[in-house]
Design a protein around this ligand. Structure first.
Ligand SMILES: [Zn+2]
Ligand SMILES: [Zn+2]
Length: 265
């Protein structure tokens, strides 16, 4: 089926479902909203912290003290290009519910309010869009890349929630979104099902690869100078972001910002 036709059918399905099943707020159940303003407000936490130790840092930098231990995986994470991770709020309450409904109740319309929260957070930390140049032209030094699902999982779910979030964020920030830039090469256990931190890191070893074709429009130098905004719905230990960054860094990416909806879990 042609992609355009498929999109038309999906849009028609969405309209049809919205008429049959009026939406309610994922956080509080209020009618005719997907994620209402008070729930969005309650989900949002100001500021940023080091992903590893929780130290408050206004740019979400992973702090320098983690550079000390050579054998520490976190040390490696800094060398592999993941320098900052920022998140909208904690993985609980209304925010957890909204992410859960997006993924498991397949409420794709929730990607929009959650994408807006991602943009709000990005804007809070990195300031007005002057960093991107003109709002009317594309931000050339940035790309948005979602954490991929394994194709079997994406097929089962029908979509990749991180991909939807990345597209919404890309629209708002005017940053080009490369939806298939990373590929998950093997199925892994859900990170929450893996007991400890070491096992979680091992669980994802070599699970991500870069899809070079998505970067063909860039020279090597342009690629090296990119700031990559890596999007995911939830981050717990950061292991997924670290492994995905590793795949990007192997290809020469230097600066990667992790931007996730919720931290914890
Ligand atoms: Zn609500
Ligand atoms: Zn730290």
């Amino acid at each position: 089926m042609k992609p355009i036709l498929r999109n038309i059918i999906h849009t028609a399905q969405d309209i049809f479902l919205n008429v049959l099943l009026p939406k309610t707020c994922a956080g509080c159940g209020k009618a005719n909203e997907s994620f209402c303003e008070p729930c969005r407000f309650a989900s949002y936490k100001n500021g940023a912290q080091c992903l590893i130790c929780g130290f408050r840092d206004n740019t979400g930098k992973i702090c320098r003290s983690h550079l000390g231990v050579k054998s520490d995986f976190n040390q490696q994470s800094i060398e592999i290009g993941l320098r900052r991770v920022i998140w909208v709020g904690n993985y609980n309450g209304q925010l957890k519910e909204a992410i859960w409904q997006l993924k498991y109740k397949k409420r794709k319309e929730l990607a929009k309010p959650l994408g807006e929260l991602l943009y709000k957070k990005f804007h809070e930390i990195f300031g007005s869009p002057t960093y991107l140049g003109s709002r009317t032209s594309e931000a050339k030094n940035f790309v948005v890349i979602p954490i991929p699902l394994h194709f079997k999982k994406e097929y089962e779910r029908g979509f990749n929630q991180a991909g939807l979030l990345a597209q919404e964020f890309g629209k708002l920030s005017n940053i080009r979104c490369l939806t298939n830039a990373l590929v998950k090469t093997r199925e892994t256990k859900a990170q929450v099902a893996v007991e400890n931190k070491e096992a979680r890191i091992k669980n994802l070893d070599g699970a991500f690869e870069i899809n070079q074709k998505q970067f063909n429009h860039l020279t090597t130098q342009q690629f090296n100078n990119l700031t990559i905004v890596l999007i995911d719905d939830v981050s717990t230990t950061g292991a997924t972001l670290i492994h995905a960054s590793e795949a990007l860094a192997k290809a020469g990416a230097g600066d990667i910002i992790g931007l996730v909806v919720a931290h914890g879990g």
